[in-house]
Ligand binder design. Sequence first.
Ligand code: 2PG
Ligand code: MG
Length: 438
Amino acid sequence: MKTGIKSLQAHRVWDSRGNPTVEVTVDLEGGARGRAIAPAGASRGTREAVDLRDGGSRLRGLDVKAAIANVNGRIASALVGKDALDQAGVDSTLIELDGTPLKSELGGNAMVATSLAVLHAAAAGMNLPLWKYVAQTYGEEASIPLAEIQIFGGGAHAGRRVDVQDFMVMVPGAESFDEALEVTAEIYAAAGEIMARKGRSVGVADEGGWWPVFDSNEEALETLVTAIEAAGEKPGNRVVISLDIAASEFAQDGGYRLALEDRTLSSDEMIAMLGSWINSYPIASIEDPLAEDDREGMRAFTRAYGDRVQIIGDDYLVTNAGLVEAAADDGACNAVLIKVNQAGTVTESIATLSAARKAGYRGVVSARSGETEDLSISHLSIGLNAGQLKVGSFTRSERMAKWNECLRIQDEMGENAFVGGAPLANTWWGKGRNGVAS
Ligand code: 2PG
Ligand code: MG
């Protein structure tokens, strides 16, 4: 099969919030085709690759005509004729052409859709499913990840109705990915029934989790525990809780403004509050517990709780290998979220995962709050043996499509491919439970 890039074409499509985004189609000389769509975040780190948006009043300034023109013009001219199998070469061409630290010239949206579309085209050119192509190309043993699934949305994804952004569950004690989803489905439904009984069932947030009508952030946690029990599970047994605090979103003047509770915490008080939650609830993972620029806070939190919970840097590390290395030197975080559009290219994202592994950090492949039918991250999490996948909730097809794709691949690979409790074996949960399913 001839794998030279014959043509690249960008189109405007629409994401799960009804916002415009960039889709790129790549055709190879041998006839193979790859396609990918850029996702979009709402709670974004200041150091992540930026999307190119047109501004103005139409479509609230979010149109992507300039990004599309960049793909069809400068990017296509630079990439036509290049070998799609040379992902690193393609990505470094994109990076050079852009020439800015945050991809603001070509647009992170133009670059990520192009980079992923080339990866898809290469896999198609080799006649392989994407996950298998990725595993072979990057020398990984593919595995089916542990799913991190949102039950209540919050923060920037729910009109800031509560301050904390994601209240999620993981089922590391499940025997298979399928069983983990089944347990999650029961918990999601139970949480909905509890909210309905309280007269608080008013729909869902951006990622499909229940809309968070609570009087305090901790009430959401209490309700989540009740929902886990109502689903017939013992919290902390095979089901554990995962939080994305997304603290940068409510950091204010060196403190943390909990608007729902009308109080402002210092960094130390924030650490103490999260510590009391860790002591009271079966929390195995916390993402962005402190703000992206609260280096001392993140170090102190990691010193205090890093041996009990997984501490994921999202806004704090923005899928950047250099920031992961610096955090490792610093003793901040023990895991990194991998969002390809934060880095801007596939190659940089994989380099971040490698840097994480070298530092002994776990990697969690993640969707954005603005998503589409694009299934790349399901394949990447499996092919890169990442161990964990975060996609949002358990409704809405831009989310479900990604869980369903993992199910299909699990069928192909067999149940032994599921990682089970292994990725969390060193956490509070894993130590207590010995990583063994009950
Ligand atoms: C996050 C993501 C996904 P966003 O903070 O982890 O939940 O949100 O895409 O809005 O940055
Ligand atoms: Mg996050």
